[in-house]
Each structure stands twice: as structure tokens, then as C-alpha cells.
Design a protein around this ligand. Sequence first.
Ligand code: TMP
Length: 215
Amino acid sequence: LKAMTCRRGALIVLEGVDKAGKTTQCNKLIQALLENEQPAEMMRFPERTTMIGQLINSYLEKKSNLEDHTVHLLFSANRWEQVPLMKEKLEQGITLVVDRYAFSGVAFTSAKPGFTLDWCKNPDVGLPKPDLVMFLNVNPSEAARRGHFGTERYETSVFQRAVQQRFEELMKDSSVNWQVIDASRNIEDVHADIKNHTIEAITTAMTQPIGHLWK
Ligand code: TMP
């Protein structure tokens, strides 16, 4: 009976460069879904609480140095280690709202010299495929208005511009359900857009099995 009545949840991902408002919008989306009696939980990558996550955290805070390929594989492993939990939640009918995913993994590493998009995608091939990926796009003048970057690794405008270009490459892949959201607008307008796309994705996901990313 449970298998007949329990429809799976949707895997919803928010992506974008730093300062785009991803975390704010993830929180607002969860709140809106719960108010609509739609079970939903938030996840984030990197998930800094695991052992692998702690290695990543120390690297991002510049407390340790890791070789570039190595840290890329750790970010990927940090997603794979959450896959059993993600599948369990989705099968229970819980919609997952995820702050960054494999797309950040590829965009950030491939913005470094000597990395191809293809090499970067490989370790994440076969991850649960998002039903919807929203790219929160902020124009450069609005990004500047939002103030200074923090002090973590990657938080410089030169690097973030390279990351933006890599995201644009990834968005050409029509096998992924990308939606570009104009995140230069006020929080409520951006939220309304995100909520509408999400509700549509939840309806579609109900009738389909979970896919495999880049496969
Ligand atoms: P956060 O600020 O959203 O916690 O993300 C931490 C940083 O890690 C951010 O600069 C993006 C970067 N990152 C990667 O380089 N690879 C990845 O796979 C992920 C998920 C994030």
C-alpha cells in the first residue's frame, strides 16, 4: 500500500556564483513548501559535518592546502557519501532543496588552469539527477553592490568570473533541466519564480524514477 500511495519527492538544486542569494532562497523555498504541506528538507554541498567535509572545510578556510585534483575528488566523494540518505528521503516523498551540487564542483575546479570540463564531470557521473537546477544569475553591477567577498578560498572577483563562464558552458547541456533565474531582483520576486518552477518540477517528478546525472 505504501509503495502505491507514496510518490517520490523531487530533487531541486540551486546553483550560482557566490553572493547570488542561494542560501536565503533555499531557506525561503523550504518554508513555502512546508506551509503548503509539501514535505521538504534542505541539504547543502559541501556538507562540512562529515569527515570528508571537515577536510574540505579546512581547505576552504585556508587552514590546509590540498592538491587541486585531490580536493576535486573530495568534493565529489562528499556528494556520493550522502547518496543513500538522499535516495531514502526522495523515496519517502520528501522533496530535497539542495544548496550547490555537482555543477558547482565542475564550475569551480574547471575555473582552475589545466582542468577540462570533461575531467571534472567524471567523478559525479551517475549521481542522482536533479529534477530541476535553478541558476541564480546576478549581473556584475548588482554583484558589486552586494558588497565584498569573504575571506574563504575562491572568494575573489577574478575567480568568480571564470566560474560564471564555466557555469554558462554547463548550462548548454539540455539533458539537465536548467532554469536561469534573474536573481538581481528583490528577494520576494526571486522567491516567487523559484517557487513556481519548483511546484512544476515536483508534479513532474512524481511520475518518473530518479535519473542518473550525465549518463
Ligand atoms: P559554500 O560557500 O556554499 O559553503 O561553498 C563553499 C565553496 O566551495 C564555494 O566557493 C564553492 C566551492 N565548491 C567547490 O569548489 N566544489 C564543490 O563541489 C562545491 C559543492 C563547492
